[in-house]
Design a protein around this ligand. Structure first.
Ligand code: MLT
Length: 242
């Protein structure tokens, strides 16, 4: 039984994922934002590779039913209604709407994961529900891919920590001799064992420092709250729905 982790989506091709169950993680902050928006009643999320793509995709759509969201250098994109803060994802802001979302690393990672079947969206906020779904897929198929968004094409501590916790939950009961982890999966598992809880691990990351400097430190605390919701968003046909 095999678990592969990618610490960034760089170099992934659709063929690497065909027919494989995939979990995408960008815990600070895109997957936390997606989980929160769907829990607040958003109809669906359309992840885009860039803000230009959001503009292109929405140019001819009725504006009532949609909301444009995303960040560039952590801050709200000019002309968009919302940034990439999960705390902005209220019922009033997103309820009943399709949200088009462009972020620096998270939404491109989702776009890169499109060949997977299914593609699940995970964060601390929905951790137990996502882990349970991933575990049942892993038990059934003997295979799982975890894609971390990373940060600016590099390893990101907070995503690798989340991946490690996910592996720990998913591999429960599998005899070690039967389990094949790639090196990135092994390192993620070790990292999760070494770090403390969610608040400490996420708080120790570069991303947390940068968010703090941008005045968004409360987002880190918010994202480090496990199991606030029990939905597991699934990305299919270019849309993410609960
Ligand atoms: C990203 O996609 O790079 C992130 O979610 C960045 C952020 O908004 O914190």
């Amino acid at each position: 039984m095999k678990i592969d982790v990618y610490h960034t989506p760089l170099g992934l091709t659709a063929g690497d994922l065909t027919g494989r169950a995939v979990v995408v993680i960008d815990v600070l902050r895109a997957t936390s934002t997606i989980v929160t928006a769907l829990a607040a009643g958003a109809k669906a999320i359309v992840p885009a590779a860039s803000s230009d793509e959001v503009v292109r995709l929405t140019a001819n759509l009725e504006k009532n039913g949609i909301v444009l969201a995303g960040e560039r250098r952590l801050l709200k994109i000019e002309g968009f209604s919302l940034g990439n803060s999960p705390r902005e994802m209220t019922k009033e802001a997103v309820g009943g709407k399709t949200m088009f979302l462009a972020t620096t690393n998270g939404t491109p990672a989702l776009v890169a994961a499109q060949g997977g079947d299914p593609v699940l969206v995970a964060a601390a906020l929905n951790f137990s529900a996502a882990a349970e779904r991933a575990r049942s897929l892993f038990t059934e198929r003997g295979d799982l891919v975890i894609i971390c968004a990373g940060r600016d094409k590099q390893f990101a501590l907070e995503d690798a920590y989340t991946a490690g916790r996910l592996i720990k939950a998913v591999k429960k009961g599998v005899p070690p001799k039967k389990l094949l982890l790639n090196d990135a999966a092994q390192v993620s598992l070790d990292l999760a064992a070494q770090q403390g809880g969610w608040q400490d691990a996420l708080g120790a990351s570069d991303a947390a420092r940068q968010l703090g400097e941008a005045g968004l430190g409360d987002d880190v605390k918010f994202c480090a709250n496990p199991d606030r919701v029990s939905i597991v968003p699934v990305y299919a046909d270019r849309r993410i729905a609960a």
